[in-house]
Design a protein around this ligand. Structure first.
Ligand code: PBG
Length: 338
């Protein structure tokens, strides 16, 4: 990039292009629209809506409510919804057996949502953590998360989701080699049109806290099975950036159509690097903790919520993201439509 020399231009006044709305509109470099949003949504096995305490404004939705939400997304111009399951703790086990249940809440939600609003894309999380007693994303043996045995389970789960009509599989587990295994299984099953958006650069982050509450995740390090108290042996070290490039490159080579960086705002530098390094659609996940922080501050009257929502989502576009997975999707789409 080249900059004009400062000295010969004494009349260079950047505020000239900020003096009124019309000129600001004209020179704006990036624009956020509802079409940039993927609505992050939690579905549950019961009836109606159940508010999530740590995420004011977010409720777990029944299958029927999720179908209504898909219709709402279509009306708001939101192209896709990402669904995550809340499972009754008593029905979980150490292996997350319910993950591959074709009659489970995720498959039923996919079917109901596609029936209600076929024009809206549905993305499913491929991971075992909502279904395991210990809350880890993998199978545990001898206190360790085993990679390849986990992949076998993830493939079963993903094929069941794809058969139910899911458009995008989004593996969020961070096992090595899972994208390649998923892509091969989809080919083998004649499901070659199903897209994969990999959580390629996913960090071991404190910002997932409210999500664990939202999906009723098992307590890490607790329960009858010996298991680690964090996800640091599979999710990335927040200090690393080069490693993100390796992770993304691998997932693309293995067959990912789109990649994701997660969490969002604290990792905008990673989004930018990935966008510059690879020619694939790159998404960012504005995670539960990011949502909760904005809601908490605005709840205290400390920030203007609507402005903070649009500013944070717009920041992802400025960083170069193709779009954002966010719990704010319907609120933002309404603000943008107004
Ligand atoms: C786990 C998964 C997590 C989220 C999405 N999928 C949590 C984790 O990795 O522990 C977090 C989403 C959010 O915080 O909004 N497979």
């Amino acid at each position: 990039m080249t900059y004009p020399p400062l000295a010969p231009y004494p009349a260079l006044r950047l505020r000239r292009l900020r003096q009124s709305p019309w000129i600001r509109d004209l020179v704006r470099e990036t624009v956020l629209t509802p079409a940039d949003l993927i609505w992050s949504m939690v579905v549950h096995e019961g009836e109606g809506q159940v508010p999530v305490a740590s995420m004011p404004g977010v409720s777990r939705l029944s299958v029927d409510e999720a179908a209504k939400a898909a219709v709402e997304a279509r009306a708001l111009g939101i192209p896709a919804i990402a669904i995550f399951p809340h499972i009754d703790g008593a029905r979980k086990d150490g292996h997350g057996s319910l993950a591959a249940d074709p009659d489970g809440v995720i498959c039923r939600a996919v079917q109901a949502m596609k029936a209600a609003a076929p024009e809206v894309g549905i993305m499913c999380d491929v991971a075992l953590d909502p279904f395991t007693t210990h809350g880890h994303d993998g199978v545990i043996e001898g206190g360790r998360i085993v990679n390849d045995a986990t992949i076998e389970r993830l493939v079963e789960q993903a094929i069941v989701q794809a058969r139910a009509g899911c458009d995008i599989l989004a593996p969020s587990d961070m096992m090595d080699g899972r994208v390649g295994a998923l892509r091969q299984a989809l080919e083998r099953e004649g499901l070659q049109d199903v897209m994969i958006m990999s959580y390629a650069a996913k960090y071991a982050s404190a910002f997932y806290g409210p999500y664990r509450d939202a999906i009723g995740s098992g307590k890490l390090g607790g329960g009858p099975v010996d298991n680690p108290g964090d996800k640091k042996t599979y999710q990335m070290d927040p200090a690393n950036s080069e490693e993100a490039i390796r992770e993304v490159g691998l997932d693309i080579a293995e067959g990912a159509d789109m990649v994701m960086v997660k969490p969002g705002l604290p990792y905008l530098d990673i989004v930018r690097r990935v966008v510059e390094a690879f020619a694939v659609p790159t998404f960012a996940f504005q995670v539960s903790g990011e949502y909760a922080m904005i809601k908490a501050a605005s709840g205290h009257g400390w920030i203007d919520e609507n402005r903070a929502v649009l500013e944070s989502l717009g920041a992802f576009k400025r960083a170069g993201a193709s779009g954002v997975i966010t719990y704010f999707a319907p609120q933002a789409a309404r603000l943008l439509g107004a």
